[in-house]
Design a protein. Structure first.
Length: 222
């Protein structure tokens, strides 16, 4: 499976004030879901950017569950149990948010997360990305007792620079700075950022993402 690549270019006139100001580059990923009330989660962030910063990922999907409720901030240490899944498979969530993949056929074209208990949890999808270590969540949804959430990954990613101290993962409802949405049909995709003018690009499938549309573009209806 070939990786997708996004290259962010920064001129010296932007790189220096971004670094001095403590700005971080945040990466988000889009999904579709049958459930409303979900949150995008910052997939990765870094303060170690340069004039050319490359972000790479592959579409190997994981589904996870945690005992932390949605919107409560980072899950407890070791509190996320993730398993690799494919479209059409089901992740079963048992006591203490311990997960297992049901080998039988699930729901065609999407990933199901099924709560086998009467305890509410948080669930979502996760992937690896070059700016993060290990498997990182990309979204968070409430998973009520005995219910099933359906979540479908999308190739679109969002980027933004911000100074607010957002720990990973933290649930996000609005953009924290000038954001751009990238839906790469081909990779690598290159774009540039100016600290005063925002994002610029020449490739198709890229557009500015307003604060009001941030959550709805990253968490779309199934």
């Amino acid at each position: 499976m070939s990786p997708s690549t996004v290259v962010v270019r920064l001129g010296e006139q932007s790189l220096v004030p971004l670094a001095r100001g403590g700005f971080r580059l945040y990466v988000y990923k889009a999904v579709r879901s049958s459930l409303t009330g979900g949150f995008p989660v910052p997939w990765a962030s870094t303060g170690q950017y340069s004039t050319n910063t490359s972000i790479e990922w592959t579409e190997q999907q994981y589904a996870y569950a945690t005992t932390a409720p949605p919107g409560s901030g980072p899950p407890p240490p070791g509190g996320v149990d993730a398993k690799p899944v494919r479209a059409g498979q089901t992740l079963d969530v048992g006591p203490n948010a311990v997960t297992s993949v049901d080998p039988s056929q699930g729901y065609a074209g999407t990933i199901a997360v099924r709560n086998t208990t009467t305890t509410p949890f948080t669930c979502g999808l996760a992937q690896s990305v070059s700016l993060a270590s290990g498997i990182a969540p990309v979204c968070a949804f409430p998973l009520y007792g005995k219910h099933i959430d359906l979540i479908t990954p999308l190739p679109a990613v969002a980027l933004l620079f911000a100074t607010l101290p957002v720990p990973l993962p933290t649930h996000t409802t609005a953009a924290l700075g000038p954001a751009v949405l990238i839906d790469p049909a081909q990779t690598p995709v290159e774009l540039a950022y100016d600290i005063n003018k925002g994002w610029t690009w020449t490739a198709p499938g890229i557009r500015d993402l307003s604060p009001a549309d941030f959550a709805t573009e990253l968490i779309r209806p199934l």
